[in-house]
Design a protein around this ligand. Structure first.
Ligand code: ZN
Length: 309
C-alpha cells in the first residue's frame, strides 16, 4: 500500500511539474465520447514505472491539440444572465467542474494510456479528445468550464476545476472524479464535446449506473443532476442528441470520472464537433455563453432540489 501511494505521489508530482499547477489542477478525467475515441498507441508498456516518466514530450504520436488561434476567447464571459438565475438554497455548495481531456495528452501517450481504476475495472488514464476546424475539444471544454464557473460563483457556489490550463496531460479519470470525493462536493459535472459521425448532432447528458462500492449510493442523485442539466438545455432550445439516447439522457457504467466521484455526477456531451451545426454552436461566443447559462442553471436547479446540507 505504502509503495503504491508513493508511486502515486511521484506521478502526481511529475504532473505538477509538467503543467506547473497545484495538485488539484493535475487531476484528469476519462473520456465520455461515444465516437471518435482516441486511445493513443503507447511507446512504452502500460505500467511503466513512474521513475521513467518524462517531463517533456515523449513518443512519436502527433498531438491532436492544435496550437495557434482557437475560435473563441476566454474573455468571452457574459455574466448578465446570472441575475436571472434562481437563488440557491444551500449557498455553501461545492461543485466540481471537469473540463475533459487536456491539451498535451497527445504528446504523452505512456502517461495517458496508463491503466487506472475506473470503477471496479481498469481503463486508460485519459484520451486526447476530438478536434475539428481548428478547435480542440480540450480547449473548448476548458473555456466552457470557466464560463460555467463564473456563473456558479456569482450564485454563491464554490467551484473547483479539475484542471486550470490546457497545456498539460491528465489528470487521469480516477483523479478527476476524486477531486469531488475529496472536497465533499455536492456535484461533479464533466464537460465534453463528442466526435461522432458528421450527420449526428445534439447534446446528451450521461449519468452513472449503480456500481456497488462506487456509485450505488449516488446513482439516483446523479440521474437527478443529469435530468436537471438536460431540462435546462432543452428549455434554452438545445437539441437532444439524434444518435444516442432518446431524450438527451444516457446511463453508462464505463466512465471513470463519474464512477470515482463519490458524489452526484454527470457528464455533458454538449454536441458533436464533427457536425457543422454543432461546431458552429461551439465556436460562437454567444452560443458558448448560452451553453454555460443553461449548464449553470441546471446545476443550480439540482442544488436547490437537494436542499440544505
Ligand atoms: Zn471528450
Amino acid at each position: 500500500m505504502a509503495g503504491r501511494l508513493g508511486r502515486w505521489e511521484q506521478v502526481i508530482g511529475v504532473a505538477a511539474l509538467v503543467i506547473g499547477g497545484p495538485l488539484l489542477a493535475t487531476c484528469s478525467d476519462a473520456d465520455g465520447d461515444l465516437g471518435g475515441r482516441t486511445t493513443l498507441p503507447s511507446t512504452a508498456p502500460i505500467g511503466t514505472p513512474s521513475s521513467t516518466l518524462p517531463t517533456s514530450v515523449e513518443g512519436s504520436v502527433p498531438p491532436t491539440s492544435i496550437t495557434g488561434t482557437v475560435p473563441g476567447s476566454l474573455a468571452a464571459t457574459t455574466t448578465s444572465v446570472v441575475a436571472a438565475l434562481p437563488p440557491i438554497s444551500n449557498p455553501g455548495a461545492v461543485v466540481v467542474i471537469d473540463p475533459g481531456h487536456n491539451g498535451a495528452n497527445g504528446a504523452n501517450p505512456s502517461e495517458i494510456n496508463r491503466l487506472v481504476d475506473a470503477g471496479g475495472f481498469q481503463k486508460a488514464c485519459n484520451t486526447t479528445g476530438t478536434a475539428e476546424g481548428g478547435l480542440t475539444e480540450s480547449s473548448f471544454n476548458l473555456d466552457l468550464a470557466r464560463l460555467v464557473r463564473t456563473r456558479l460563483e456569482q450564485a454563491g457556489v464554490r467551484v473547483l476545476l479539475t484542471r486550470e490550463d490546457d497545456r498539460g496531460w491528465g489528470p487521469c479519470i480516477d483523479e478527476r472524479g476524486q477531486v469531488a470525493a475529496r472536497a465533499g462536493a455536492d456535484a461533479l459535472v464533466s464537460l465534453h464535446a463528442d466526435g461522432a459521425d458528421a450527420g449526428a448532432h445534439g447534446f446528451h447528458v450521461i449519468h452513472p449506473t449503480a456500481i456497488a462500492g462506487y456509485t450505488d449510493t449516488t446513482a439516483n442523485a446523479s440521474a437527478s443532476l443529469a435530468g436537471d442539466l438536460r431540462d435546462a438545455l432543452v428549455e434554452t432550445d438545445h437539441t437532444p442528441a439524434t444518435y444516442v439516447g432518446g431524450d438527451g439522457l444516457v446511463a453508462r457504467g464505463d466512465l471513470g470520472t463519474l464512477n470515482r466521484a463519490g458524489a452526484p455526477a454527470a457528464m455533458v456531451e454538449v454536441g458533436n464537433m464533427h457536425n457543422p451545426g454543432d461546431l458552429d454552436t461551439m465556436t460562437s461566443l454567444d452560443e458558448r455563453g448560452r451553453l454555460a447559462d443553461a449548464l449553470a442553471a441546471g446545476v443550480l436547479r439540482f442544488l436547490a432540489g437537494e436542499g440544505p446540507g
